[in-house]
Design a protein around this ligand. Structure first.
Ligand SMILES: *Cc1c(COP(=O)(O)O)cnc(C)c1O
Length: 230
């Protein structure tokens, strides 16, 4: 049964997070598991919720919007973790509680304005590029503080902290160490912006070792996704 599969995946991920926390000398309570449910049906999300998961992540508005609508009554925090185009801001602000992929001023401004229009308060993380590939999203590390300052100054959004995806072809630990440096610089100016969203199925232990507070885990919880078809 699907519920048993998901429960087994969750137990395994919980064990890995627990071990990573012990190895890093951190308290399990410092780390939030975000179940990344992209490509999965709403029913999987419902099962995760029944199993106690309270944070879910999606990366495409076309898919996330109807899912969030269908599951609106559940006690879930919705995290938008994918690259966000300006023309999707109106829709995403309608259901997302936290947007992890704010990587440019214009996007931050659009989220703030739309959140005000809808009477919502949206958490924003600055996505940090840990390689030099602008195509994968993320602000250059040198631009992060300015962007963080701007978000902190806007109405109807709160600055949560930073997010990154480990680059391909580099040890994730090294990349997450750089992210932690950036995160601490942000926190020096914005002490409440303590979130570090890092670590996925393959590299969650390395992320925990370098201070991640939010892990975004899909495959290890829910199984391999089918190849993405547009
Ligand atoms: C899909 C996705 C994840 C989850 O990746 P898994 O390897 O399946 O755990 C995490 N973060 C982002 C931004 C994603 O798009």
């Amino acid at each position: 049964m699907r519920r048993d599969e998901i429960a087994a995946g969750l137990a395994e991920v919980e064990q890995r997070i627990g071990e990573a926390c012990r190895a890093a000398g951190r308290d399990r309570g410092e780390v939030t598991l975000i179940a990344v449910t992209k490509t999965r049906p709403a029913e999987d999300v419902r099962i995760l919720c029944e199993l106690g998961v309270r944070d879910v992540g999606e990366n495409r508005d076309q898919e996330a919007a109807p899912k969030a609508r269908e599951l609106a009554g559940l006690p879930l925090t919705w995290h938008f973790v994918g690259q966000l185009q300006s023309n999707k801001v109106r829709s995403v602000v309608g259901y997302a509680d936290v947007i992890h992929s704010v990587d440019r001023l214009r996007l931050a401004a659009a989220v703030s304005k739309e959140a005000g229009r809808q009477g919502r308060e949206i958490g924003c993380l600055v996505q940090v590029s840990l390689d030099d590939d602008p195509g994968r999203g993320g602000a250059m590390p040198g631009d992060v503080l300015d962007l963080a300052d701007q978000i902190a100054a806007y109405d109807n959004v709160w600055l949560g902290g930073v997010m990154a995806v480990a680059p391909l072809g580099e040890e994730p630990a090294k990349a997450f160490a750089r992210l932690q440096d950036v995160a601490l610089a942000v926190q020096e100016r914005h002490p409440r912006a303590t979130m570090i969203s890092a670590g996925m199925s393959e590299d969650l232990a390395e992320a925990v070792a370098y201070g991640a507070t939010h892990l975004r885990v899909g495959t290890a919880l829910l199984g391999r996704r089918k190849p993405f078809v547009r």
